[in-house]
Design a protein around this ligand. Structure first.
Ligand SMILES: [Zn+2]
Length: 62
């Protein structure tokens, strides 16, 4: 296996960062709330991506 087959360190660090933020929000009781507006997150969105942190409106804005 060459290095090119491995996920880049940047990708791993971004994923780890997302996990840490999700855990923080879980501990704070904000896991199901948008990090931007505090609105509720859709259960379907959390199922698709458990690390999702913002509601559909904020994700659409990028
Ligand atoms: Zn929002």
């Amino acid at each position: 296996m060459s290095d090119a087959d491995l996920p880049s360190l940047v990708t791993i660090e971004a994923t780890l960062d997302g996990v840490e933020r999700a855990l923080e929000r879980l501990r704070a009781g904000d896991y199901r709330r948008c990090a931007e507006c505090g609105g509720p997150l859709e259960a379907a969105d959390l199922e698709r991506d458990p690390l999702v942190a913002t509601c559909a409106a904020h994700r659409a804005r990028g």
